[in-house]
Design a protein. Structure first.
Length: 174
């Protein structure tokens, strides 16, 4: 028998209208909440605000990096985000901060956010997009791979509170 709460989650997943818009500095608390919820899903992942200072004034921080940050919003609640910044190599940009709340997963929101970033990268004449993703985020890896991102042999250790090790992915846009 399916519980009421399971039916409610299913209904919300099927009926939500989710819009994507540029992030504002006032989205900071919502973005930090999303990261806190996502990190709590993975043993050992810790949200340390000192390690994500760009989320204290997100619109300003991403603009100062020459990039953009978008949020996915359902009614008045921010439920996801994605960022895009130049990485210093001509023709290449970096996808950053792709996160969605668990309640909205499985409906293509991650794909929509990535497509938003890819569209903006193409508008800026980028030939490729790359990203780094925690080795623990296996569901995200499958999303990236379904969308044409290829895992490169490089890994990096962040030496952060979460002891993060990240895989490197890249996608050619043309």
């Amino acid at each position: 028998m399916i519980s009421f709460s399971s039916l409610l989650v299913l209904f919300l997943r099927c009926s939500m209208q989710i819009d994507i818009r540029p992030a504002e500095n006032s989205d900071s608390a919502a973005l930090l909440h999303i990261l806190q919820v996502v990190f709590a899903e993975y043993p050992g992942c810790v949200l340390d605000i000192e390690e994500v200072p760009e989320l204290l004034q997100p619109a300003t921080a991403f603009a100062e990096m020459g990039g953009s940050l978008w949020v996915a919003q359902h009614q008045d609640q921010v439920v996801g985000c994605v960022g895009l910044v130049p990485d210093g190599i001509p023709g290449r940009m970096e996808l950053k901060k792709l996160y969605t709340l668990p309640a909205v997963r499985g409906r293509g929101l991650g794909r929509r956010l990535i497509e938003q970033a890819e569209f903006a990268a193409r508008q800026q004449q980028a030939d490729s997009l790359h990203l780094w993703t925690d080795t623990r985020f296996t569901t995200a890896h499958r999303v990236y791979e379904r969308l044409g991102y290829v895992r490169l042999p490089e890994i990096r250790e962040l030496h952060d509170r979460s002891n993060s090790v990240e895989y490197h992915y890249e996608k050619h846009l043309h």
